[in-house]
Structure formats: C-alpha cells, structure tokens
Ligand binder design. Structure first.
Ligand SMILES: *Cc1c(COP(=O)(O)O)cnc(C)c1O
Length: 425
C-alpha cells in the first residue's frame, strides 16, 4: 500500500490542527497506524490521496447507510443549495423532515432539529431537567452521548470511577449529578433510584450500544428501565443517534417495543450532513423555548441543505426497506469471519444486530463495558492494519461499530473474507 501522500498531508495537518484531525479517533492512535486522507468515495468504496481503494465498513461512523455519494441524495442537495444555503428563517423542508420522524417514531409527537448528535443530547438532558425540576441523570458505563460535559463520565474507554470526568477541563461540579451504571444491568439503576429518591431527572441509554463496540440490550433490560422511570417519574431518554433508522425504519425502540420519553437522533437523518434532533411527547417538547422556559437555539439548526439530504435519505430507506437484506448480508459476513477465525484458532466474539456488528478479540461474551474492555486491543490493531493493507477500511478502534450500506454486495463481502483468510496475528 502506497501512503506517501497521506503521510505528507498528515504532517502538514499536524502543524495547524491539534493532532492533525478534527475528531480524535481519526488519528488512528489506538491501532498504531498513520491516518489515510480521503479524496473521494462512491458506494461502498473509499479512495485515498494515494489512489488506494478500500471497502468501507465505517460509513462515516454510521450516517452512510445508502453508501457514499448516493445520486438522489446528491441531486436533492444540489437542487436545494441552488436556492441558497442558509436563511435562519423557517423553511417547509424542516416541517417535512419533522413529519417523517414523527411518523416513524410512535413516541415522538414533536421534534427540534439541531446540528449534531452532541447538541441533541445536550438539549434532551436540559429538557429532562427542566421538565422534572430534578438534577441527577443516570448514564451507562461505555455509552457515549457526544462530548457533553456532564456525560463525559465513563464514556467509552474513559475513567470508571464514580463521578470522575473522562476528560480534563470538566469541573467536578458538572458531573456530580451524573450517576453511572453498568450496561444491561437494570438492578443497578433500581438501586440508584432507591438511593436518590425524587432526585433523578432521567435515565439516558443507547438502546443498542454502539460506542463500546456493538452491545445489544439483554431481553427485558429496556422494558425494566421503562418501568423504573415511569414508577419514579423520571424520563427515559433513548440516544438513537446511531440506531435511529439503522435497524429499521424508525428506532431500536420500535424493535424492542419500548417507548422513550425523549429520543435523540443524528447521523443517518442528515444523510452525511451535520444534523441532530431531539423528539418526544408534545407535553415535554413544548417546554422548549419559545413555547416553554427551557432555552435552546441554533444559527444553522434545520439548515435546508442538511435537511434536504436527510429527507431524501429517509425517503430512500422508506421505499427500499433494505433492512432485511442488510441484516442477511451482515450475517453472511459475520458467519464467514467466525469460520475463518475459528479455523485459525483466534479467540473472538462477534456481536451483531441488523447491519451493525463488532468483532471483539475476546474470549468472553461482551455484554457491557467491563467485558468489552477484556478485548485484546493489540490483536485488533494488527487486524486493522492487515485489513487496511488488503483494501478494507474498518473503524480504527476495537470499541466501535462496523456498518454495512445498501451498496455493499456479496462480492465486496467475499473480498473482505478473502482478506481475513490471509490474516496472521
Ligand atoms: C455519534 C453519537 C453521538 C454524537 O453525535 P455527534 O454528531 O458526533 O455530535 C451521540 N450519541 C451517540 C449514541 C452517538 O453514536
């Protein structure tokens, strides 16, 4: 693999951008490699500056479910931006996207659009606190909810001590109301409710965890959270920034038949453009300004170009209904991986749901952060580098989700399995 140009560009970038990247994992630090610089992408393929081609299993961390440079999404964007790119005044497009989200989520009556998943979560937390007049929030260890100050506690590979922020620059006071619990452990949440009666505003959870690698909820986990929140008059927030429109046309909450009070969305609903959304019952959503007293605003919120890309993406997903096909193809890939790795005697576990999966170099079942953390990250790093050299781009960390798009075909999967066949760890 030729990487001269990427190496040069990375050197230049490091002079003017901290670490040379605009989001930390892109630096490839945990896989001991230098980042590749992308020139263009089409369908399942990424092309870097050195003209290497890769089958992409990261999909820009989730949004690109239709593959890269989808022609109808591009057409919608071009058409919209020809009329201007931002007005800061309402457009009909915003209502159209909101209507599509409301129709797809039985728990959502109203939705507010923002510009990132982080912003959506930040708004949901403020809204939950405003609506309940309580301060404490339960979050799960290993779940990531964007880089919101109060939620950078036990976020992914962060520190696991109670109340310790996983980043410098966050005052202790900002996290003193954050209560971490182990994922898939509703009993721990029950104990927190008992310990802090009348003080917990919300429980926030990724209904399918994607940020410690893919970890699906155990049977009954989400339903128990629902019961506990209802009983204690706390709000249940589903962070569906990854899972929204990824597993079905709607949310993981549709699949697990559990209604959230508030839902956060992002990634897919922007079709590759910056977006986020928070939605829920009208009675709660109406507490947002200008209807209510919980303030929230954004210069580029509901940006017409982002919204147009989102509408077209959802329209495609609704008409194609690709979810079954995506799941079947993902299963084919994961079964093939298991077969190859078993033959090589490489210990591993694959967690898979719909078109998302993680291959853990781990001998134990991965059901929460503690078990995920047992993975052999050195083996993952070797695997990542081997696959990259073989023309397959994976998320550059063991603790991330892999995604398949509607443009991935059996031939791409077979090529991927061929690369694994040549793997030596
Ligand atoms: C990506 C992600 C976020 C943050 O979204 P950004 O657009 O990166 O700010 C929040 N929650 C979850 C579950 C995510 O995966």
């Amino acid at each position: 693999m030729q990487n001269r140009k990427s190496a040069q560009l990375f050197k230049k970038a490091q002079k003017v951008i901290p670490g040379g990247v605009n989001s930390p994992v892109r630096a490839f630090k945990s896989v001991g490699a230098a980042p590749i610089f992308i020139q263009k992408a089409k369908g399942p393929w990424l092309y870097d500056e050195d003209a290497n081609r890769y089958i992409d299993y990261c999909g820009s961390w989730g949004p690109m479910i239709l593959g890269h440079a989808h022609k109808d999404v591009l057409a919608a964007v071009k058409k919209t931006m020809a009329n201007g790119t931002s007005y800061g005044i309402p457009t009909r497009l915003e209502t159209q996207l909101a209507e599509m989200i409301v129709a797809a989520f039985p728990s959502i009556d109203k939705v507010r659009l923002v510009s990132s998943g982080t912003e959506a979560v930040m708004t949901a937390i403020r809204l939950a606190r405003g609506a309940t007049a309580r301060d404490k929030v339960v979050k799960f260890v290993g779940c990531y909810h964007g880089h919101v100050d109060s939620l950078l506690v036990s976020a992914g590979s962060g520190l696991m001590t109670l109340g310790t922020p996983s980043s410098r620059g966050i005052p202790k006071d900002f996290v003193k109301n954050t209560l971490p619990a182990p994922y898939n452990n509703a009993d721990a949440v029950e104990k927190l409710f008992a310990k802090y009666p009348g003080q917990i505003a919300a429980v926030i959870v990724e209904p399918v965890a994607g940020n410690m690698g893919v970890v699906p909820p155990k049977p009954g986990f989400l339903k128990k959270l629902r019961t506990l929140c209802t009983k204690n008059r706390a709000l249940l927030i589903f962070d569906e920034v990854i899972s929204g429109f990824r597993l079905t046309y709607g949310g993981a909450q549709t699949i697990y038949k559990t209604k959230a009070d508030l839902t956060t969305l992002g990634k897919i609903i922007g079709g590759g453009f910056p977006i986020g959304a928070v939605g829920g019952k009208a009675s709660i959503m109406n507490k947002l300004a200008p209807e209510g007293a919980v303030y929230q605003a954004g210069t580029l919120s509901g940006n017409p170009v982002c919204v147009a890309a989102g509408i077209e993406t959802l329209r495609q997903l609704k008409t194609q209904n690709p979810y079954k096909k995506l799941a079947v193809l993902t299963e084919y890939l994961c079964d093939g991986m298991t077969e190859q790795l078993d033959r090589k005697g490489i210990g591993h576990k694959i967690n898979r749901i719909g078109s998302m999966f993680t291959l853990f170099f781990n001998d134990t079942e991965v059901t929460d952060y503690t078990t995920a953390a047992k993975s052999d990250t050195k083996q993952y790093a070797k695997y990542f580098r081997h696959m990259l050299n073989s023309g397959v781009y994976l998320p550059p960390s063991q603790f991330e989700a892999n995604f398949i798009s509607t443009t991935h075909k059996k031939t791409h999967i077979d090529q991927t399995l061929q690369a694994i066949e040549n793997l030596k760890l």
